[in-house]
Design a protein around this ligand. Structure first.
Ligand code: TGC
Ligand code: FAD
Length: 393
């Protein structure tokens, strides 16, 4: 079915954007209509990532939107980054995931924590989409509590020896490089760039997902992998290093979720005006109007939240806790809208004729990865009370 998407803008938020923001947003929107919408259902059904889209994402500046141009990034501001994520996720969370991981979880740490040689070696190839990156933080026994990780490396003189395993890693089966977080012999967390082809490094795929089907997920397994010393990211260590990357990715997700929500709302609004029951469009019934009115209210609130957060981020003032609030609120909002939109579509809502079920299932991952819904609530709780509720003493 043709993509007839029309974005809601109830509070004229476009007036808050610059001409450049709108140009970037509209360019990505048109690209998604042309390149993503016609194929995405098929790829989700097949459980494949449409890797041929990477060239287009790169041309749009979707890989490293805010990374300086001298390293191949697009050199854009944080609101542009957010708008790109919004439009990509309007197409599919899996496409936004690919851009998020490459930009904020692979390019960002190399740019921020790496040295000049590492920046020059990796960033241009990641920005152009020639290389695919992945980010290994989560382990089978350490998800919400990454500080407990057991993946480790030992100093062997002229190289490091890396052992352990990461789980639930976006892009793992197709990655050329992985930014991997591991503990040294003193138990300090460092980032290492592991390259495909290093002996003992394997990336088995995770099959049978009902969510994020148009995204490849897998493990990163390290069995005595010899990592050259020059592959250690030298400029930051400790848990704060990977958590700093998550700030950037979570910010992008807060925008991205609005894209999925807008797509569900737009489809539900159109369907409700076209679908006739009891001789009238179902849009004439109060119960349907209630759903649509509440969806638009929540989307509008979420749009304002990320716009302000984007301003703060541009000024270098956005806190981890503010980002947590936006990620948590907006993903939850999108998931609830997807469920309501599914109701409005009746039986048709469960089919691939409409994007609803795909968004809904995707959002079940989005509400879990990059910190679960409840972990983000605890981050806010700790911020306002000063008491951590993560651990029970
Ligand atoms: P805690 O004691 O609070 O903090 C440890 C150290 O880190 C510092 N820190 C930060 N630094 C920079 N940026 C941040 N956002 C930071 N947050 C904390 C903190 O100051 C401390 O520093 P220091 O010097 O005092 O040691 O750590 P904790 O062990 O109590 O854990 C806190 C918690 C639970 C909030 C955190 O670990 C967490 O966020 N857990 C959720 C894990 C998570 O989000 N994993 C995501 C994996 S990646 C992923 O999902 C990618 S999906 C990609 C896609 O497909 O889009
Ligand atoms: P757990 O941490 O075991 O949590 C299970 C439940 O317990 C949750 O409801 C959680 O909120 C709750 N819980 C945990 N601790 C507490 C507490 N202290 N108080 C109250 N409740 C608590 N990771 C990466 O490193 N890189 C990736 O690229 C990546 N991609 C992903 C892609 C997909 C499709 C998915 C599903 C996950 C991905 N992840 C990735 C992993 C993701 O970040 C983790 O799944 C997430 O952090 C949660 O960890 P967990 O699944 O181990 O759940």
């Amino acid at each position: 079915m043709a993509d007839r998407f029309q974005a809601p803008d109830y509070y004229q938020i476009d007036d808050l954007l610059t001409e450049e923001h709108k140009l970037i947003r509209n360019t990505v929107r048109e690209w998604v209509k042309k390149e993503v919408s016609p194929i995405i259902e098929d790829y989700a059904q097949k459980a494949e990532y449409p890797i041929q889209l990477n060239k287009g994402i790169a041309e749009l500046g979707g890989f490293g939107p805010y990374i300086p141009t001298e390293y191949g990034g697009a050199g854009l501001d944080q609101i542009s980054y957010g708008l790109i994520m919004q439009e990509l996720e309007r197409g599919d969370s899996g496409i936004r995931s690919a851009a998020s991981v490459q930009s904020s979880l692979v390019m960002y740490p190399i740019y921020q924590y790496g040295n000049e040689e590492q920046r020059k070696k990796y960033l241009p190839k990641l920005a152009s989409g020639e290389w695919v990156g992945s980010f290994g933080l989560t382990e089978p026994d350490h998800g919400s509590n990454p500080g407990g990780m057991i993946t480790n490396f030992k100093d062997k003189g002229d190289h490091y020896l890396l052992n352990g395993a990461k789980m639930w890693i976006t892009n793992s089966p197709i990655c050329d490089v992985a930014v991997v977080w591991a503990k040294n012999e003193e138990g300090r967390i460092h980032g290492l760039v592991v390259e495909r082809g290093m002996e003992g490094f394997t990336t088995p795929e995770t099959h049978g997902k009902w969510s994020l089907r148009a995204s490849r997920t897998g493990e990163l397994v390290f069995d005595n992998v010899k990592v050259p010393k020059e592959n250690l990211l030298p400029n930051k260590s400790g848990l704060g290093a990977p958590l700093g990357c998550l700030d950037s990715a979570r910010y992008g997700i807060a925008w991205g979720a609005i894209g999925a929500a807008m797509d569900c709302y737009d489809s539900a609004l159109r369907y409700s005006k076209e679908r006739i029951q009891f001789d009238r469009p179902i849009a004439s019934y109060q119960l349907v109007q209630k759903k649509l009115a509440e969806m638009l209210t929540e989307i509008t609130k979420a749009q304002l939240l990320v716009w302000r957060l984007g301003q703060l981020k541009n000024e270098g003032k956005a806190t981890t806790q503010q980002i947590s609030m936006a990620k948590r609120n907006n993903v939850d909002m999108a998931l609830k809208i997807a469920r309501e939109a599914r109701q409005i579509h009746g039986g048709m809502g469960i089919t691939g004729e409409y994007p609803i079920m795909r968004h809904m299932m995707n959002l079940e991952s989005v509400i879990t990865y990059e910190g679960t819904h409840d972990i983000h609530l605890l981050i806010t709780g700790m911020d306002i009370t000063g008491i951590s509720a993560f651990r029970v003493d």
